[in-house]
Design a protein around this ligand. Sequence first.
Ligand SMILES: C[S@@+](CC[C@H](N)C(=O)[O-])C[C@H]1O[C@@H](n2cnc3c(N)ncnc32)[C@H](O)[C@@H]1O
Length: 251
Amino acid sequence: MRSPGRIQVVGIGPGSLEDITLRATSAIAQSDYVIGVSTYIDQISSLLRNQKVIKGAMGEEVQRVKKAIELASEGNSVSIVSGGDPNVFGMGSLVLELLAAQDGTIDVEIVPGVTAVNAVAAILGAPLSSDYAIISLSDLLIPWADIEKRLTSAAESGFVIALYNPQSRRRKRNLARSIELLKKHRPHVPVGIVQNGTRPGEMTAVTTLETLMEHEAIIDMHTTIIVGNRESFVWKDKIITPRGYQRKYGY
Ligand SMILES: C[S@@+](CC[C@H](N)C(=O)[O-])C[C@H]1O[C@@H](n2cnc3c(N)ncnc32)[C@H](O)[C@@H]1O
């Protein structure tokens, strides 16, 4: 019998090949199987050589992980590719949860990646330089009431807030409601929108919560929105959140 193989959950970054880490590239190169949704497999297609590829659909995450565990149990090295970073609304926890439930002997490694908010922040300038919170507006796996509480707490606490999964064709209400909540605490802060950051068709806008929906054409499931805090400001087309050097040392 072959010894159990291994599973690597590989963060492949936000889109551009230049933003994939060397560690992720080498994990993919050393795999017998690469498993992921079509978008992510297409994103890394130029890195694929002899690996067998299994493409899945959104919503079939559990089946994909079970397949990876089956293949690894047969002695294969399997990469599950996850957009951005596997720990940020990615595949990392699901893989570990299912392995923990089986309590087996398969080796597992989480390979970190550049998460969308880091790529998007760099495009927008330096909006994240203070404490920040990332909140997903998708209520598929989390009750909306909890998301509202997190939005309100983050807004009250002065965190810069990054919104993932802002809206889909079928889910529009959550973004509108979030804007309402956020406006109560920070009416005049800069807001950055990036769609398809680092990918072909990248689009950006710098706006405010008041005028955010004027840019709805670039707000979908490939968009991240960064809402500045009261100290954030705009210079040319860049959003800057000061770290506090001016306050402490002057310049
Ligand atoms: C299910 S989450 C996965 C996040 C991913 N694990 C990461 O670390 O970036 C998908 C959301 O990430 C954001 N996103 C991912 N890639 C992006 C990109 N290239 N540009 C802008 N936003 C992106 C969008 O908000 C999208 O709805």
